[in-house]
Ligand binder design. Structure first.
Ligand SMILES: [Zn+2]
Length: 132
């Protein structure tokens, strides 16, 4: 039910923003979904469209985009993309569900440090709202 509570938080934030601005309808909401945010996109989309119909003003459409995960190496202070790391499929999947496992599996390809911080690619954020 994790997807539903995330969707509910997004829909409520958009609806209250729209009400405050006196909007009659919300045409499109663009949402960014971090690569490391474990979410079933199918369920999340379904939850958004169902919940979007039940608020005032109604939210007519959602557009999801995936934000790539970016890491900062504390060894050499270089940033790198998660996809640049050489992880096996199982490790990659584990990291997507439990980002803390990154430290167990991942090493910086430049300096070999496993002290990596996720600086982008977690969480859900609202990028823009088209309303009238
Ligand atoms: Zn490094």
């Amino acid at each position: 039910m994790h997807e539903w509570s995330l969707a509910e938080a997004v829909v409520e934030a958009v609806a209250s923003f729209a009400r405050e601005h006196g909007s009659k309808r919300v045409k499109l909401v663009r949402i960014s979904l971090g690569e490391l945010q474990a979410v079933d996109v199918g369920i999340f989309k379904e939850a958004l469209s169902l919940l979007g119909e039940s608020v005032e003003p109604r939210i007519e459409g959602f557009q999801l985009e995936r934000e790539k995960a970016v890491l900062l190496c504390r060894g050499c202070y270089e940033t790198l993309l998660l996809e640049e790391l050489s992880l096996s499929d199982e490790e990659r999947e584990a990291v997507h569900f439990v980002p803390e496992l990154l430290h167990a599996y991942a090493k910086c390809p430049r300096c070999g440090s496993s002290d990596l911080d996720v600086i982008r690619g977690r969480g859900v954020s609202i990028k823009s709202i088209e309303a009238e």
